[in-house]
Design a protein around this ligand. Sequence first.
Ligand code: GCU
Length: 590
Amino acid sequence: MNMPQDPFHHLHDEAYLSAFDQPRLQADTLLALGGRPQQSLDGDWHFTLDLFDEGLRQKWYTLAQAPAQAWTHPRDYDPYTGGTVAVPANWSMLRPETLHFEGGGWYTRIIDHVPDPDCPITVLRVGAANYQSRVFLNGHFMGTHLGGSTPFCVDLSEALLPGPNRLQIQVDNRRELDRVPMRHVDWFNHGGIYREVCLLRLPSLHIRSAKVDWTPERGLCVRIRLNQTLDTVAHCQVPALGLRLEIPIHAGQGEAFAHCNPRMWCPDDPHLYDVHFECGQDRLEDRVGFRHISVSGTQLLLNGEPIFLRGICVHEDDVRLGKVSTEADVRRRFADARAMGCNFLRLSHYPHHEHVARLADEVGILLWEEIPVYWAIDFANPRTLADALNQLHELIERDHNRASVIFWGVGNENADSDARLSFMRTLAQSARQQDPSRLISAACLINREHFRIEDRLAEHLDVIGINEYFGWYEPGFEGLQRLLDQSNPDRPVLITETGADAKAGHHGRDDELFTEECQARILSEQVRISASKPYVCGIAPWLLYDFRSERRHTVFNGGFNRKGVIAEDKQTRKLGFFALQKRYTILRAR
Ligand code: GCU
């Protein structure tokens, strides 16, 4: 005889999370937006913070809509009443008392469904939510997504009813040992759904992924993946090149090649082509630049020509909006970088909003994109590796067609160990296998034992990134000169970080810590010395704007990392900005 469940079971069940661990929403179900019609779900959602995960313990997602008088049992939360928040937004930015909140948050929205026989598939697409998201529809658990900076999709079709449907997303931004990143980071741990949310209505047979790139050897290469493993034909057109490719599809996948000589995309001429993909009733559009990035010995080549990367690093952080990124903010970011003489940005330390690479394609700025394998990571944990691999695949799936993106970065400042080597080698090999058209790199640390740019991981990378702070964390530049002189890399080296903190408006001697003069001298010396080495293919100082960091509490920092060459108001340019501008003008003329 079935015993009625003890109504207080949830008070004693500390294994409650295991019920929400599968299915995982991963890269293979990600859908390209590609100009498809979208029903935006941005705007107000009912919202509550849930520090103790009561919603998962007590199954708030099973609560039906009813006026309080009709409730048969007392409730701890009613997802249909009470406060709402705007999506996209970070809950840290909503009000002072939620700034440092780390825990769960519940989003509830009623969506009205009108069945369409031509488009029977309805997919929810979330641009990003930090960190773990659990999706529920009408009380059914639809799946969970790990990773705070990449998009995910959920096919709602099975559980969707005609008329009103209750869609709920529980997001948890806790810093955990098995996550990527782990617990300790030098940026602000914003929480919530902070990128756009929409519904896509699709024909039963549709294109999941449409990748296109160009190499001198094969010309144009198109790869299509469908949502069904059947045999059929797809087409790809590039009208401006007079190209119409027929792509035979076997078991849902297909590729085709065409020799052609497109106008090459580059920062000085960011030419884009309209590309159309078709299969059955489904259509996708994209605007793509064709370029070729490669290395030859210790030289970096763009379209076969040597290029030096005059760069800067940047975080996705804003004093008012947190991690919410707007096109206007990104255009300002590019304008500031351009004004400094940059042709390259390192988007650190996690995937930024997908409009960043689209806009970079348009304005002609080269990009490094990375996943947050940052500092200490549980490298020996297979769950952590699976999470990192999936974040990498989602990033590549999302931005594969972006000409501006030339690097996939698989990590930052990870101490050497066998577990780390195996973990990051797997990431590098997987990135190369998924996208042979780009360069793989990582921001490595100096080999202190030999005092050289040397890392066991290097043989799995195309370009060695190196983070060094001579002049700041290590006084003087003799060490930098000795490091560069003693190193003998067999591939290009990119200075992926260097710099110094300066409080905007704080002036003094150029050897006085935290003055603008000191930051300017350090940045100028760093570029002068590093760019003098033939194997150095570029430099990306740390960084464009000051940003929030809960690790920094001197009177100069006040909760901000102040290595920006522009203050957190994104207006006030420090002397460091002009020092880099001067150095980059010299380099550009080189
Ligand atoms: C590190 C790290 C950055 C950090 C910077 C700093 O290199 O990669 O995330 O902000 O140093 O100390 O300012």
